[in-house]
Design a protein around this ligand. Structure first.
Ligand code: SF4
Ligand code: SF4
Length: 106
């Protein structure tokens, strides 16, 4: 007997575009950053995957070879942690309970 996995669609969430969905997002910002970036590690990084991969554009290269990072509008997707190939450059956790990104049904 074969088993076929089925994923049921949640019809309570209207089908809207990515941009519209992000437009509904609310950021409950905790005073403690849930992601931190070690600027010393970034200084020697020539590939800078985080800059192109972060969908929220939260990594900004500086003229002195560093990286500016702002955790406040983070989507919590984990992409930066996956693409950065420098051990210890990024410390990543989810925000504390009750904080972080919140999506609203429209
Ligand atoms: S976070 Fe990682 S990928 Fe981004 S600049 Fe720093 S070392 Fe490079
Ligand atoms: S978790 Fe996603 S949105 Fe947040 S900083 Fe990393 S890549 Fe950007």
């Amino acid at each position: 007997m074969s088993h076929t996995a089925r994923i049921e669609r949640d019809n309570a969430w209207p089908e809207i575009s990515f941009e519209e969905r992000i437009g509904t997002a609310e950021f409950r910002i905790h005073e403690k950053a849930h992601i931190t970036v070690n600027g010393d590690s970034c200084r020697g990084c020539t590939t800078r995957e985080c800059v192109v991969a972060c969908p929220a554009n939260l990594f900004v290269p500086t003229s002195d070879g560093g990286i500016l990072f702002n955790y406040e509008n983070c989507f919590e997707c984990g992409t930066c942690y996956l693409v950065c190939n420098k051990e210890g450059a990024i410390s990543w956790t989810y925000p504390e309970g009750g904080y972080g990104i919140v999506f609203h049904r429209t």
